[in-house]
Design a protein around this ligand. Structure first.
Ligand SMILES: Cc1cc2nc3c(=O)[nH]c(=O)nc-3n(C[C@H](O)[C@H](O)[C@H](O)COP(=O)(O)O)c2cc1C
Length: 416
């Protein structure tokens, strides 16, 4: 380890100061206020920070030479607008020293007095509290009067002189390059999915792993009068209770990783999911229910999955989506298909095994007619199983190259 030599502040090289500080990312805000003529004024500020909770103080640091800050210096109110990842154009517009910046911008004067920019992630309404001169900058301390999250999306970030976005290390979707082999593999199964959709009058999807923590619908087919609901390429997080049919026939390491993503790591809950995998394995398919009384929660799950698929989840939204997924656990409860009963099913999923007897992909039937008898459900399962066996046979013969390419495209520690 090397120890940096300390030099007096006066000797510091400005380029070094900028370079080192550039390694620390900031958010991007637009601080707005009002000119003495009553016109809206605003400037881009990266030096915004929380200061105190009691009293509630925040601060930003304009340069002492900033003409824009000079214009709003006597403002009675400021609004700190936290910019979203998709507001780079607005940022560029607000970072130049010119009048009329608000002409092409959507904003509203807030009840607190300063312009609030539409579509900003958050608005912090404040009034000046104190201004401290600190070298070539001012520290403008402001007292917060009100604040709100306006649009809970990921923020715009500034780092080493460039703009970027936040990506969670948890559930965020990865790039599309790794999808190519998965899509190729799914093509092998497409004719089987089309037959299932036609025979059952349902939606059929070919689910493949997009990476080590997500499945994706890489091919879909529709039978009967079923509406295409699920766009191709939509990602499904591999976390309990989702993806059982896939995980049940995967390697132990995949099973453990899946269990590790359960919302609760209480032994009772983890055991429950482990038992469900056993049940899925012993009967050969996974099934989810969609009873009338479950509908509101099922709608919540669909919305959460849509939000997940849209990407750019903030950590807070990620936690919310995870909790909705966890709350959907009852839909996937192990059930026995018994004579005399009728069933409203959300989906039936069967694995397709590769030449190595590990799961290569899954076939899923959804949008199934409700009120199905036990015999009908058994018929559906058998149609799916036959289709899966056919795809398996193909993967052992003509589709073998596609499967090998697909395995090679997957991360080394994700052996399926
Ligand atoms: C990402 C980013 C962060 C910025 N942060 C600050 C800041 O913290 N303080 C500041 O005085 N100017 C900052 N600026 C520059 C001002 O936005 C810009 O100089 C101002 O809006 C227009 O110039 P003027 O202040 O000379 O009128 C930043 C610019 C960008 C692009």
């Amino acid at each position: 380890m090397t120890e940096a030599t300390t030099t007096g502040p006066r000797l510091l090289d400005p380029a070094l100061y900028r370079e080192v500080m550039g390694h620390y990312p900031t958010g991007v805000t637009v601080v707005t206020g009002t000119s003495p003529e009553g016109e809206p004024v605003g400037m881009v500020v990266g030096t915004f920070t929380a200061v105190s909770l009691d009293p509630p103080l925040v601060a930003f640091m304009p340069t002492t030479t900033s003409g824009t800050y000079g214009l709003m210096r006597d403002s009675a109110a400021y609004c700190i607008n936290v910019l979203a990842h998709d507001q780079l154009d607005l940022c560029r517009l607000m970072a130049v020293p010119r009048p009329g910046k608000f002409d092409d911008v959507e904003w509203t004067r807030s009840p607190h007095g300063a312009p609030a920019l539409h579509d900003a992630v958050a608005h912090i309404h404040c009034r000046p509290h104190d201004v401290i001169t600190a070298g070539d900058h001012y520290i403008v301390l402001c007292e917060v009067e009100a604040m709100e999250v306006n649009r809970p999306v990921t923020p715009l970030l500034f780092f080493q002189g460039g703009y970027g976005g936040f990506s969670s290390r948890g559930m965020s979707a990865k790039g599309d390059a790794e999808l190519i082999e998965s899509v190729r593999l799914a093509e092998v199964a497409r004719p089987a999915a089309e037959r299932v959709a036609r025979d059952l009058g349902c939606e059929a999807a070919v689910l493949v792993a997009a990476n080590d923590h997500e499945l994706t619908a890489a091919a879909t087919a529709y039978g009967g009068n079923v509406e295409p609901l699920e766009p191709l390429g939509v990602r499904v997080p591999l976390m309990p209770p989702l993806g059982e049919a896939y995980v049940a026939w995967a390697d132990e390491s995949v099973v453990e990783a899946w269990l590790g993503r359960a919302s609760s790591q209480e032994p009772g809950i983890v055991d429950k999911y482990r038992r469900r995998l056993d049940a899925v394995r012993s009967r050969g398919f996974a099934v989810s229910r969609q009873r009338e009384e479950d509908r509101p929660r099922y709608t919540d799950l669909k919305d959460a999955m849509r939000e997940y698929a849209a990407g750019a989840l903030t950590p807070a939204r990620e936690r919310a989506v995870k909790s909705v997924i966890a709350a959907s656990s009852p839909f996937f409860e192990t059930i026995d298909i018994e004579d005399g009963e009728t069933y409203d099913l959300g989906a039936i999923v069967v694995p397709v095994l590769g030449p190595d007897d590990r799961v290569a992909l899954c076939l899923r039937a959804s949008q199934l007619p409700s009120g199905a008898s036990a015999a009908t459900v058994r018929g559906w399962v058998s149609t799916l199983r036959t289709a899966a066996d056919e795809v398996s046979a193909q993967l052992r013969s003509s589709g073998r190259d596609d499967y090998s390419a697909y395995l090679r495209s997957m991360p080394g520690d994700f052996m399926m």
